[in-house]
Design a protein around this ligand. Structure first.
Ligand SMILES: NC(=O)c1ccc[n+]([C@@H]2O[C@H](COP(=O)([O-])OP(=O)(O)OC[C@H]3O[C@@H](n4cnc5c(N)ncnc54)[C@H](OP(=O)(O)O)[C@@H]3O)[C@@H](O)[C@H]2O)c1
Length: 364
């Protein structure tokens, strides 16, 4: 018989989100002593801490202990073997953005190991992987939660699941799904004032830490496309991959082949005119331009790109780097259910992960 008074927790990934998650886990374990949350494995890509007899890895100072460890991580399938053989149920927390770790979920779930993660890769990759994950979970009873894979800690996935599972009919989902794109367009095309030149705004966003090291990784729209893929699938659409629908890239064709993000930023001012024209065209209609994703459920259409909005529209009025997601449904009629707030950041993303962990533990 499995021991029901403790739960084993393995964490892969101790970066910005992983460190915040560790602090939240430590605090949760202190506040809720039963069942005992037993950290049994923790790793980055090069180092690990674990004990063959499953004795607890001390959470106090664990980031430093891990950095000083000379133990290499187990090969990914071996982590599943280790967790499946634990003396009580186990949860794998994937705080990486690794496709290799994501590809492990069907095996982990099929062997009774639950998954909690902010990693988008498993749910926005091939449709086959999506099916394998949820079939493995349904067969074994292990749980899989990924709230922070869309909108960080905002209740986006749980809201959509509740709408669908309670029998509402979701007709459309629309929103700003990227903190970077939100920041860029709120300052490039503000509802009041002129806004700066496009290349200046991209440089500013980078210097404030809002973009990836190479801003093209935000401007190509793929990150938003991945989030839309996840929501479309949860709404019942069989989206094959994040490249199976139109995604507008904001990288000028001529700059796709730049060898570095710095070279890209250096050459970007020569292309400001294109974006300035887009802004001016919207202004002539009394509108502002925003980078949005939308899912038309009835028409089976998903798209990502620039759209024009009236300044009074909630999408146009967004501030800073906030995300906004509007759910149009039969029950909510013409006034959508709106979720809005910070869609990035270590603490809020980790909050979504910790919240998922609590849900899994409650069902064990
Ligand atoms: N940061 C946010 O605001 C935010 C918001 C929403 C969702 N997310 C998602 O949260 C996840 C984590 O983001 P982050 O910002 O914390 O990333 P990060 O700072 O880059 O940290 C990633 C961590 O994962 C480890 N890692 C990567 N590949 C690995 C592998 N194959 N095996 C073991 N460890 C591996 C890295 O170890 P090394 O350092 O040794 O490589 C590092 O500890 C990502 O999926 C991201 O998309 C983040």
């Amino acid at each position: 018989m499995a021991n029901t008074n403790q739960v084993f927790i393995a964490i892969i990934g101790v970066g910005g989100v992983g460190k915040c998650f560790l602090n939240q886990l430590k605090s949760l374990a202190a506040r809720k002593p039963s069942p005992k949350l037993n950290l049994c494995y923790i790793s980055t890509s090069r180092k690990a801490l674990y004990n063959d007899d499953y004795s607890e890895v001390n959470m106090e100072g664990v980031v430093d202990t891990l950095a000083a460890s000379s133990k290499a991580p187990l090969a990914l399938p071996k982590i599943v073997d280790y967790l499946a053989a634990a003396p009580a149920k186990a949860i794998l927390v994937d705080n990486t953005s690794s496709q290799d770790v994501a590809d492990l979920y069907p095996l982990a779930l099929s062997r009774g190991v639950s998954i909690v993660t902010p990693n988008k890769k498993a749910f926005s990759g091939s449709y086959q992987l999506w099916q394998d994950i949820f079939t493995a979970a349904a067969t074994s009873g292990a749980k899989v939660y990924h709230e922070s894979s869309v909108g960080a800690g905002l209740p986006v996935i749980s809201t959509l699941k509740d709408l669908v599972e309670t029998g509402d009919r979701v007709t459309k989902i629309e929103g700003v799904f990227s903190g970077t794109m939100s920041f860029l367009f709120n300052s490039f095309a503000p509802t009041q004032g002129r806004g700066g030149a496009w290349s200046d705004e991209v440089k500013k966003a980078k210097s404030l830490g809002y973009t990836e090291p190479d801003p093209r990784d935000d401007l190509n729209g793929l990150d938003v496309a991945r989030k839309l893929t996840i929501l479309a699938r949860l709404a019942g659409l069989q989206v094959e991959s994040p490249t199976a629908f139109p995604v507008q890239s904001l990288i000028p064709k001529e700059l796709e082949s730049c060898s570095s993000g710095d070279e890209f930023l250096e050459k970007l001012p020569a292309f400001d005119k294109q974006m300035e024209e887009t802004k001016a065209e919207a202004a002539r209609e009394g509108k502002v331009v925003r980078f949005v994703g939308s899912i038309d459920v009835g028409a089976n259409k998903v798209k990502v790109g620039l759209e024009k909005f009236d300044p009074s529209h909630p999408i146009a009025a967004l501030k800073g780097s906030d995300n906004i997601i509007s759910f149009y449904t039969e029950r909510y009629g013409s006034n959508p259910l709106i979720v809005q707030g910070a869609g990035a950041g270590g603490e809020v993303t980790a909050m979504g992960v910790t919240g998922d962990l609590i849900k899994v533990v409650a069902q064990m």
